[in-house]
Every structure is written in C-alpha cells, then in structure tokens.
Design a protein around this ligand. Structure first.
Ligand code: CMC
Length: 425
C-alpha cells in the first residue's frame, strides 16, 4: 500500500492507495471531504470503485472475465449454470455432496405461491414481459415476508435460493401471459434449463420433447449472463440494498435498470437492428449512419471491454450450434451479423474507439432460434443475472465497511434568493 499526494489551494493532501488481487491501483478518497473539504466528480463512475468485491474480475483491455478466479469460457464449457450459481454465491466450486444438496434446495423452491399466479392477471395482455417482471419480482416481498430480514444470515440465504429458484417460473409465466397460453408448473426432476424451456414451450395440446442441444445452449447462455462486476443493474441493486431494503425489492430495482437499451435491452435492440438492415448489401449504408452518429451499432462497444468481449466468443459459437440444430444455418440475419462484424472490425471508426462485439451481438439471433420473441430476451438476461445480483447484494450486506450509498454533486443551480409572492412576479 502506498500513498497519493496532491495539492489543493496550497494545502497538501495525502491519501492511501489500495491494491486488489489484480486491476489498477485505487486511491482511497473516503476521508477526502472531511480532511480537505473537496469532493470528486465522476459521472458514470468511469474512474470510481464503489465497493470491494471478491466475486468477479474483468480485465477489459485483455478481454478477460473471471468468476471467483475461473475463466468464463472454462465455466461455459465445463460447468453448469447451477454450479456457477453455487460458485458465485459461496465463493468456491461445490463438492459433489454440496452440489446435490444445493440442487435439491433450488428445486424445492421452484413453485410460486398459488395466489402469486393471480397477480399476473392484473397486467394488460400486451404488457412487455420486462414490465411484468419488474412488478412481479417486486411483489415477491409481499409473498415471502419470512425471508426479508436482511440482518438474518439464514433469511438472506433463503431469499437467494428463492430468487434463483423462482425466477424461471416467474419469467416463464410472464412469457405465457404475453402469449395468451396457460401457465405450466415446474417439474423438479428436470434440470434448471430444461425445466425453464418446458415451462415456456410446452402446451396442454401436445407433448413437449426436450432437445439436449438446445437445453445445453440455454444453460450456457445463463452462465454467460450470470454476473458482470459493478455494471449499472448490479450497482442499482447494491445502492437500493445499501439502505437496508429487502432483497426482492432490490432485485426488482436491478431488473428496471437492466431493461434499458444500453444495458440488458441491447439484445432486443441488436436483433431489431439486424432485421432492419435485412440484407448484406445494406450494411455499408447502415455503417455510414453509425459513423454519422445517427444511431449506435447495437451489440457493439462496452464500458469495460476495449477488446473482444470473451462472452461474445462463446455466444457466437453457441449461436452456430443452435442454428445448425434447428436447421436455420442460412438465417439471413446471421449472414448480416457476421458480415457486419467483419466490416466494423476493419473500419477505423470502430478500431480507433476499440469497439468490439459484446455478448448481445449474437444473443438475439440465438434466442430467436430457440423460439423466444425479442420481448423475452432481456427477461432471460434478468433470470440469469439474478444470481449475480443476489451474490453481490449479500456480499455488500456482509461487508463491515458498507454504508448507505449517497453520492455528492456539483450544484450549479440558482444561489440562495428570497421568495417572491405570485402577485409580484
Ligand atoms: N456504436 C457506435 N458508436 C459507439 C458505440 C456503438 N455501439 N459505442 C460507443 N460508441 C462510440 C461513442 O459514440 C464514443 O465516440 P466519441 O468518443 O467519438 O464520442 C466512443 O465510442 C466511446 O463510447 P462511450 O459512449 O464513451 O462508451 P461508454 O463506455 O459510455 O458506453 C456502452 C458503453 C455499452 C453504453 C456503448 O458502447 C453502447 O451504447 N453500446 C451499444 C449498446 C450495447 O450493445 N449495450 C450492451 C452492453 S453489453 C451487455 C450489458 O452489459 O448489458
């Protein structure tokens, strides 16, 4: 640990410099305001670490993403989503016995309160499934009071299990409601991903046949979205939770933040963009529009990655596997995506700004091939990210240095002035 020194208004200030396991040095400014009567300004938190965390590490320049030290591509290849959930939540990979117990616990919590099902009927049929998710997950705090005491470690763990277990059931209900089809109850003998696909795609009129390639792809997509350090929605969950709000309310806040097109909503926007381009010959005209700053190339660019997003590589491979399995290798949108990626990666506008494909560039095409409409894409992201959110929330509650989040501001409004009665204005 070293120190950083600077001068302000003739006064010398010395601040501790902290070092994590990896990543840049961090100037600890906690005492800055008290000692030097100044604050820092950093909209978008581009140079600010908001917390200490042991969960996820990203090296954006090298294109590295590690969960608890394990590389995302190894986890996507060799692990399962539930095992990754255990890893994120507990810090270590489970033994066989620990995993069996964890799987049982999650399975035990998959059903939702029967009255909860009636809650969905209050939404308009054409409601966006993300609108339903925001409301329904927030409503969990009205159904599961016995796990909302944030100061009780056991209740914290039960709420984490409930969220991981019930999100697929709630997400599938949002989808079924949107489709106008009857709800399908969870089946506990199925794997996490298979159970979810069945709850989404089975109908009473015919038997649903599982497809192992598609189930594996769904599971891998969940792994790719499980956590991603202090992004907008995770920071939202932490900030909401810093006041002591219950975990279900905090996750609902995270879902709201995820919904935006610059964050989780980008996969839906990326697919709409590819559909709008339509054919490969229209790519130059579209790219020109991006360079003229008329719109963004959705699924490209990242606040942290200034290199290829490692999740995008796995997603691209998964995309090819799924499309081959459903016989859609010649999907024109895949052709547009591949050519668009090639053009952008060789264009100085994107090269100079270090804009590479992110996880959302290929996820829309893949999810569409799995049978999901674009409106469901961000819901699937929310389902998978729930474990990251709740692990980060739990870590924050258990961190003794945690305080309520309360940023400062530069006030540029009117100076103090006297009130003028309306007849004198
Ligand atoms: N298309 C065109 N130009 C872009 C793009 C893009 N997708 N992304 C960034 N730029 C430009 C931007 O205009 C700026 O140019 P200049 O320096 O000339 O003004 C430069 O690149 C730096 O961009 P920035 O806006 O400072 O970068 P940021 O870190 O604030 O934004 C981002 C990151 C992800 C919000 C942005 O890249 C973006 O809007 N991308 C499209 C949406 C998207 O795909 N989001 C998914 C992110 S991955 C999944 C997730 O985490 O949710």
């Amino acid at each position: 640990m070293g120190t950083a020194k600077f001068e302000i208004d003739g006064k010398s200030v010395e601040l501790p410099v902290l070092r994590g396991t990896d990543g840049p040095a961090v100037i600890d400014i906690r005492k800055l305001y008290a000692e030097a009567d100044v604050v820092t300004y950093d909209p978008g938190f581009t140079s600010t670490a908001s917390c200490e965390s042991k969960i996820t590490f990203i090296d954006g320049d090298a294109g590295i993403l590690l969960h608890r030290g394990y590389a995302i591509d190894e986890l996507a290849e060799q692990s399962s989503f539930l095992e990754v959930c255990y890893l994120l939540l507990h810090g270590e990979l489970p033994t066989a016995a620990e995993f069996e117990q964890f799987e049982k616990t999650i399975t035990y919590h998959t059903m939702v309160h029967e009255q909860f099902d009636r809650f969905f009927q209050g939404f308009r049929r054409d409601a966006h499934p993300m609108a339903i998710m925001t409301g329904a997950v927030g409503a969990m705090s009205a159904f599961y009071h016995d796990s909302t005491n944030v100061n009780d470690p056991q209740q914290r763990m039960i709420s984490a299990h409930r969220l991981i277990a019930k999100m697929p059931t709630i997400a599938a209900r949002a989808f079924k409601y949107f489709r106008g089809q009857p709800f399908v109850y969870p089946r506990n003998e199925l794997s996490y991903a298979e159970n979810f696909l069945r709850m989404c795609f089975s109908v009473p009129a015919e038997d649903w046949v599982p497809n192992p390639v598609l189930t594996r792809a769904m599971d891998r997509i969940f792994i790719l979205h499980a956590d991603h350090e202090q992004n907008a929605s995770t920071s939202t969950v932490r900030l909401a939770g810093s006041s002591g709000a219950n975990p279900f309310a905090c996750i609902a806040a995270g879902i709201a933040s995820l919904w935006g097109p610059k964050h989780g909503g980008a996969n839906e926007e990326a697919l709409n963009m590819l559909a709008e381009i339509g054919t490969v010959d229209r790519i130059p005209e579209f790219v020109q529009g991006v360079k003229d700053r008329r719109y963004l190339l959705m699924g490209f660019g990242h606040r942290v990655y200034k290199n290829y997003d490692p999740r995008a590589k796995v997603m691209q491979q998964t995309c090819h596997e799924v499309l081959a399995e459903v016989g859609a290798q010649n999907d024109p949108l895949l052709q547009v995506a591949m050519e668009l990626e090639k053009v952008a990666l060789n264009d100085p506008f994107f090269v100079e700004r270090k804009l590479y494909p992110n996880v959302d560039f290929y996820s829309g095409i893949t999810l569409r091939a799995l049978g999901f409409p674009a409106e469901m894409f961000t819901v699937l992201f929310a389902l998978a990210r729930t474990v990251g959110w709740i692990s980060q929330w739990k870590e924050m509650i258990e961190d003794p240095s945690q305080k309520i989040g309360r940023p400062r501001q530069i006030y540029t409004g009117a100076p103090a002035r006297s009130f003028v009665p309306v007849d004198k204005r």
